[in-house]
Design a protein around this ligand. Structure first.
Ligand code: ZN
Length: 495
């Protein structure tokens, strides 16, 4: 069935290009995964759902896809990714845990959240700490090619030298002067020849717990190394798709290109894909805005900015209702509209089961064929899920007419329509009916706790302290931690 002309917007060429894989029938795809030092939040959901759609659609088109999504468990430092304390080591120090306990805990939590969002697990999920040797080999190759230098036990990429032979900034559209101006004065700068240089290997200070031996002394790899090293290991020197969020274009992906070209003399990736970012009520997500909402908080509604719980499928559908290269703004109103839209779609699918076909029906199988052709055309145009969804909504209007007996459908027409909805809604868009599933129960559970807290707030307003204390104490005995903030009460279940 591979007669599709699939167009993909390539960030590198800034054009939509016809997708032609390197090896007929096979696709290699690498997507930057999470740094596992905290709970998965909304910012993780968008790339996960975006590349899940890409993965599902390529598989649907008949490609054998090897999808690699890494786990960053070392080397992602606090400032500009390669200066400051390691994010995982810091969390381990604060919580008195072994760094790998931190990484494992948040990897498990991340995978739980992905499962709820119906995101398929990747083919390979390599950890940076499991690939130190490959990263050291990459650093050595760059060193041997003359694009790296050692300084005080650390190894840096020589951006200035590289830029004489190649273009540093090819992906982000920057030139070296822009990069120099943007680089901030940071510690470690004294070791670098130039501010734009980035760390390939960092010397471990005596107190640093995550450390490995290397030709340059004990240390740990720079953050950008892992994706280049693991991408090449599992997908080859050249592979088809590399994805991630727009925020990774610079410096992370720019550095990945420089590392690959320096080490092997040619680029590693053929199509660079980037999803746009998510804002909350028009603001960038960030700790300083107090709008950092974790996925669990969405699923249970336990964050003061949320008016209610939103099911994982509502979050997934909301993300798919925007094209992956557009910005998305989360607000309660927008999420409520998505929940309604999803319900409408699922109701249409349920109605299909109840409709009695008629041999003399006026709607034939051409209707489903046109629907499929329209959905394929949308998805072939750089995975345009919102357009595909709008075609499914249009078809729901016809389903309503059939259910109201204002129109009739032939048996072949009905089978074809059921098949089309099942293919596009479930297989490709990855939606799942959750009315009777866990997710629906979890949403109702969160709403019940919110209801109790609303009754408590009312009791407090009426100075009915006996009731308000009773609700708080009994929730606490059941393991709920209730916190009062200026925007209302929040809760979490400590179990
Ligand atoms: Zn990466």
């Amino acid at each position: 069935m591979n007669n599709h002309d699939l167009l993909i917007y390539n960030t590198l060429t800034r054009t939509k290009q016809k997708f032609v894989p390197l090896q007929p029938g096979h696709v290699g795809m690498y997507v930057c995964g999470p740094t596992v030092y905290g709970d998965a939040h909304l910012g993780h959901a968008r790339p996960a759902v975006t590349f899940d759609l890409v993965f599902r659609y390529l598989k649907h088109l008949g490609y054998k896809v090897r999808y690699v999504r890494n786990i960053t468990d070392v080397g992602h430092l606090e400032h500009d990714a390669d200066e400051g304390e390691d994010k995982i080591a810091k969390k381990a120090r604060l919580e008195q845990l072994e760094p790998m306990e931190v990484a494992q805990h948040y990897t498990n939590r991340f995978n739980d959240a992905m499962k709820k969002l119906n995101v398929l697990p990747p083919s390979i999920e390599p950890h940076a700490t499991g690939h130190i040797i490959e990263q050291e080999q990459l650093v050595q190759q760059i060193f041997d090619a003359g694009y790296a230098y050692e300084s005080n036990g650390s190894v840096y990429f020589d951006v200035e030298k590289y830029n004489k032979d190649h273009h540093y900034g090819i992906l982000s559209g920057r030139n070296l002067d822009d990069v120099r101006d943007a680089s901030r004065e940071l510690d470690g700068v004294g070791e670098k020849r130039n501010q734009a240089d980035f760390a390939l290997w960092k010397k471990a200070q005596p107190e640093h717990i995550m450390r490995w031996p290397s030709p340059w002394g004990d240390g740990f790899p720079g953050w950008h190394c892992e994706c280049t090293a693991m991408g090449r290991k599992y997908l080859g020197d050249t592979f088809d798709i590399h994805g991630g969020g727009l925020d990774l274009i610079f410096p992370h992906h720019e550095c990945e290109i420089a590392q690959a070209v320096a080490a092997q003399g040619k680029q590693m990736v053929r199509y660079w894909m980037h999803n746009n970012m998510i804002t909350i009520n028009g603001k960038k997500m960030g700790k300083s805005y107090n709008n950092f909402i974790t996925l669990d908080e969405f699923f249970t509604g336990s964050h003061p900015l949320l008016q209610q719980a939103y099911s994982p499928m509502t979050i997934r559908f909301f993300i798919l209702q925007a094209h992956y290269r557009s910005t998305v703004d989360f607000s309660n109103e927008a999420l409520q509209a998505s929940a309604k839209g999803l319900e409408r779609l699922m109701e249409g699918i349920k109605q299909l089961e109840r409709i009695e076909p008629q041999a003399t029906g006026t709607v034939g199988k051409e209707f489903a064929e046109k629907l499929s052709a329209d959905c394929y055309a949308a998805l072939d145009d750089d995975f345009n899920s919102p357009i595909a969804i709008s075609h499914l909504f249009d078809a729901c209007r016809t389903i309503n007419q059939l259910a109201d007996k204002k129109a009739s459908i032939t048996p072949e027409g009905l089978e074809a329509l059921k098949a089309a909805f099942s293919t596009f809604c479930f297989d490709i868009l990855g939606l799942a009916s959750e009315a009777n599933g866990n997710a629906g129960r979890e949403e109702a559970f969160g709403q019940a706790i919110d209801l109790l807290l609303n009754i408590r707030a009312q009791a407090k307003a009426n100075k009915d302290w006996a009731t308000s204390d009773r609700i708080r104490n009994e929730l606490s005995a059941l393991g709920f931690e209730v916190k009062d903030t200026k925007d209302g009460a929040t809760w979490r279940l400590n179990k």
